[in-house]
Design a protein around this ligand. Structure first.
Ligand code: SF4
Length: 338
């Protein structure tokens, strides 16, 4: 008998990861207390938090060095006053995603591939996020609207790959993911399901045996793309959960965003690639940051990025060098930066 994704789920799994998800740090005062930081040295921006609240998991905070305002993990989540700067060219929707949104919850930007914005929230708010202004309220499909998205995919034989994006798709329960996978399994022309998630990095307990079963036993070739920007994010906890994934069944890739003062250094990028490889994860993309309003302080120019890539190519074998890419509105694929 063929095992479908849904048949692997009998009951909701234990709540451990969900308990962690419901106990996020959202108050800057708590964060500075946990990290023994002096708030007077770097006040949180209330304006930035109003637009995009502080949100971080405790496992991610545990990997931050106490007392260090310059910690590269902390810089990714702290709502700084730099976000208030209004810079020409940095806009709410630089990728014009609203133009590629034919039905709720589905983006059709690339040839042969569609993105489902499966879940409208994340376990962490990365301050550089290109979807920090995204209209999730209009893109959180009800079951009925899911049918519209599934019909859209079923009606287009050219769609070979479905990308679960977000928010963070792994913030969905295993039951929800199993339902979605089982629906997609019925569309014969879909061959690959790709999941883009930061959860394995920021809440590694999410990689439960049930989830691993779902991915490893799906009829699809599943690709899990981690979003990890710095080797320091790969804690012993992350390592232990990631190493349980059967990489014969699930392809593990990583994409990073090139971020000023966080990973814009070839030694840091080299260490990231080598650490990922030790866990059977191949570096896939290194993204130039998108020009999103409130994120200009993270921006790294093309010229600097190309210099870094040259250094990286001199340090690493080719298979550990991620492709430097940028996303441009209206293009059928990401653009290589050379
Ligand atoms: S996890 Fe991804 S989608 Fe969520 S805030 Fe971070 S970058 Fe944005």
């Amino acid at each position: 008998m063929t095992q479908t994704a849904l048949s692997l789920i009998h009951t909701d799994q234990p709540k451990k990861w969900q308990e962690i998800l419901s106990d996020l740090i959202t108050d800057p005062k708590e964060l500075v207390q946990v990290l023994q930081l002096d708030l007077a040295l770097k006040p949180a921006s209330l304006a930035a938090m109003e637009q995009f609240p502080l949100k971080v998991t405790r496992p991610f905070v545990a990997a931050i060095e106490p007392g260090n305002w310059q910690d590269p993990l902390l810089l990714q989540i702290w709502p700084s006053q730099a976000e208030e700067a209004v810079i020409t060219g940095f806009v709410a929707d630089p990728l014009l995603e609203s133009d590629a949104n034919p039905v709720p919850g589905l983006l059709h930007k690339y040839h042969g591939r569609v993105l489902l914005t499966a879940v409208p929230h994340c376990a962490i708010h990365c301050r550089y996020c290109f979807r920090r202004h995204f209209d999730y309220a209009s893109n959180t499909p009800s079951r009925q609207q899911w049918q519209q998205a599934l019909d859209y995919i079923a009606d287009d034989n050219g769609i070979e790959e479905v990308i679960l994006s977000g928010g963070d798709p792994l913030a969905a329960s295993d039951r929800q993911l199993a339902w979605l996978l089982s629906q997609l399994e019925q569309i014969q022309h879909v061959a690959t399901v790709r999941i883009h998630s930061r959860m394995p990095i920021v809440l590694p307990q999410r990689l439960t045996p049930v989830l691993r079963d779902l991915l490893e036993n799906s009829r699809f070739r599943c690709v899990l793309v981690l979003h990890c920007n710095h080797a320091r994010e790969i804690s012993a906890l992350v390592r232990s959960f990631l190493s349980k994934i059967d990489t014969n069944a699930v392809t593990l890739l990583n994409q990073s965003v090139l971020l000023a003062d966080i990973n814009d250094n070839s030694k840091i990028l080299e260490e990231l690639s080598r650490t990922l490889f030790s866990l059977n994860v191949l570096p896939y993309y290194l993204h130039l940051p998108d020009k999103v309003a409130g994120t200009a302080h993270f921006y790294v120019s093309r010229k600097e990025a190309l210099k870094l890539m040259e250094e990286l190519e001199n340090r690493l074998p080719g298979y550990l060098v991620p492709k430097l890419v940028v996303e441009e509105p209206g293009k059928a694929a990401k653009t290589r930066v050379r």
